[in-house]
Design a binder for this molecule. Structure first.
Ligand code: 13P
Length: 258
């Protein structure tokens, strides 16, 4: 059984004070949330990780904490970067790696994503490894080749035990922040293809336990129909995760409570 996971990727939004307010509001909206039905993870910017972590602890909230990126080295002359050690010291559990915005604007490649994925496991962090095609690749029917390369190279060298823990996020780039969502059927087709690649890389058993999320203009109104698909185990949500009311409505929809 794969527990659905909804991870809010706030990207470069919210000060630490706005982040604290959000956590309090979300807690209020969701009441006694049962993480066995839907696991909720918040991925604030690095400057708000500490504030979110203490607010979660103080309020006894069950939401998980995730970072949006990290360097693969423990420390050193890497101005502006954050290391895995710094994240684990803040009780961060998840780390988004290889988001398309990092690949397109900040030079992440399959190779550096793989270095980061392996560093995450070395420190007990769970990577949420992103993959997805551009609009042009989709038009040219290169979606499968693109995501297969990203998954194979990004997860190269993992043990079966590590692979069993990884989370993969399929985010078609043309659907990110555009209001265009992949249809549940199209998202299911590509995500089931990704599960096939994972089977080939690891084993049927391991691939069957890996959570694969969909990302791209997911909101309260379309989340349940996406997550109802056989191979879609949740979402990585940008814009709609910034509003506590909308995000709570999405959690309830996926939990079957609305
Ligand atoms: P939107 O939900 O804003 O389309 O962003 C998706 C995303 O990139 C999450 O990582």
């Amino acid at each position: 059984m794969r527990t659905p996971l909804l991870a809010g990727n706030w990207k470069m939004n919210k000060t630490h004070l706005e982040a604290i307010h959000f956590v309090e509001q979300l807690g209020h909206e969701l009441g006694a949330h049962d993480p066995r039905k839907v696991e909720v993870v918040l991925c604030p910017p690095a400057t708000a990780l500490r504030s979110v972590q203490t607010t979660l602890d103080d309020r006894h909230q069950t939401f998980g904490l995730g970072a949006q990126n990290m360097h693969f080295e423990d420390s050193g002359a890497f101005t502006g970067e954050v290391s895995p050690l710094m994240l684990t010291a803040l009780h961060v559990k998840y780390v988004i790696l290889g988001h398309s915005e990092r690949r397109q604007m900040f030079g992440d490649t399959n190779e550096t994503v793989n270095q980061k994925v392996r560093a995450a496991f070395a420190h007990g962090l769970v990577p949420i490894m992103c993959c997805g095609e551009t609009d042009m690749e989709r038009t040219n029917e290169h979606t499968e080749a693109r995501v297969e390369g990203q998954v194979r190279e990004g997860l190269a060298g993992l043990t079966e035990a590590q692979a069993g823990q990884v989370v993969v996020a399929y985010e078609p780039i043309w659907a990110i922040g555009t209001g265009k969502t992949a249809t549940p059927e199209d998202a299911q087709t590509t995500i089931s293809f990704i599960r096939g690649v994972l089977t080939d890389l690891f084993s049927d058993d391991v691939a069957g336990g890996i959570r694969i999320l969909y990302g791209g203009s997911m909101k309260a109104g379309n989340a349940a129909s996406l997550v109802r698909q056989t191979d879609i185990d949740g979402g990585l949500i940008g814009g709609a995760s910034l509003d506590a009311g909308e995000f709570a409505a999405m959690v309830k929809a996926v939990a079957g409570e609305s």
